[in-house]
Design a protein around this ligand. Sequence first.
Ligand code: ZN
Length: 518
Amino acid sequence: MRPRIIRMPAKLAPFLALAFALAWAAAAQTDWLAPDASIINKFENEGSQHSHVMEVMGYLTDVYGPRLTNSPNIREAGEYAVKTLSSWGLANVHEETWGPFGRGWSNELFEASEIAPRHFPLIAYSKAWTPGTNGPITADAIYAKIEKEDDFASYRGRLRGMFVLTAPMRMVQAQFDPPAHRFTDQELADIAPPRAPQPPPDKEARDRQRKQQEFNEKLVKFLTDEGAVAWLEPAPHDGGTVTVMAGGSRDPKDAPVLPRVAVDVEHYGRIFRTLEKNIPVTLRINIANKSYDENLDSFNIVAEIPGTDKADEVVMLGAHFDSWASGTGATDNAAGSVVMMEAMRILKTCNVKMRRTVRLALWTGEEEGLLGSRAYVQQHFADRISGDLKPEHAKLSAYFNVDNGTGKIRGIYLQGNEAVRPIFEKWMEPFKSEGMTTLSARSTGATDHISFDDAGLPGFQFIQDPIEYDTRTHHTNMDVYERIQVADLKQMAVIVASFVYMTANAEQLLPRKLLSKH
Ligand SMILES: [Zn+2]
């Protein structure tokens, strides 16, 4: 998902304003300590000499991946995580139910080839929550040039039993730039200041997008009603990398759609160009997909290290545990889950004293709209509709999140909370030599810290090197174990452990934002 405009329910604002003002005043009076070098050394030693990151990564990806929310895979992965966290001696390890999310879905078999005029196997994937083909189907492909509703008429009655392509072929460019990248000092300096004022949202562009979406829904229904065997869609990316997300509904009550297949653009192009030459193309496709309707609820995974004299106050760290379904969800977001689990393991194993309770949460349903973390915030901290704050709202110091791939930490987004700047400046100091140099005045969106931020709670996401995130792995078939940078995961786990440790032992809760009224 892309960053969105962030808004808090208007009703929360008056309740929170006073709390924030008090917190702000308290923060200003407190002398925030710098990290103790001997503690950081302990964390670094444990994180580098006894790391569990790649062991856990291997299970979350190779063994249990992909982890689509409510799939059998993610339920097994959840059991593995609970068992692993318990084996490390963490307290209160459990799954917390939330829902309803909707049906589970899994791809059980996928075979797709062109068989005439030439044979070649297709790089292609089922879109999540779409049906299978009920056995192998051999049929012709057709390019149906349907760009608007008026075009439906000319294809009515012509698509039954066929594999349908509707998208024109796009240009595919050479990749002159290397796919992997680390932020330069200049790039980090560029994201440190507040974002330049953005132009107001382009209403026409939004209208166009909405209309395109409405048309797409009508097109899916048309192709389904016409009895097409499957809809073949060229996927974003190229070179064998295929972005695959959802193609059907999670709601068992919704009408079923036809099978939808995301095809590697070069293979789509070969079929498309052959059809353009008026040469018939025959494909053989066999897809078995399964839906699971017996439990529509999902779960978050929680584990704790109990605090000492301030045990009723809490510091949270978390990451989303779910993924899309074509790769194994290695960089999005086994990486974040592994880093947060490892940070907990380091804190526990080093047996350092922490005054506040430290709580890990691994979320599901993030890919479908931050659903697991939103449900958790709703259950524990604040009701989004009524604006009512729960007692726990006053007891959370901060929530730290990792969800930008495998790249090491280069800084942290302050999320509009300037009061934490001098504090994080001190906490970041020991890690400057490892590349963590930047406090960004910006807010970043699109992942689970937003659920906390929206409820007026300090929620932070770290700045990470992009590595191959946008160019290769994000939501693609190539989001796999090999794309993980082990040294980066180790660096992240130690930094997260240190930030959580400092938050847990500070004299005060972290200052909260002074919110402007919406
Ligand atoms: Zn993610």
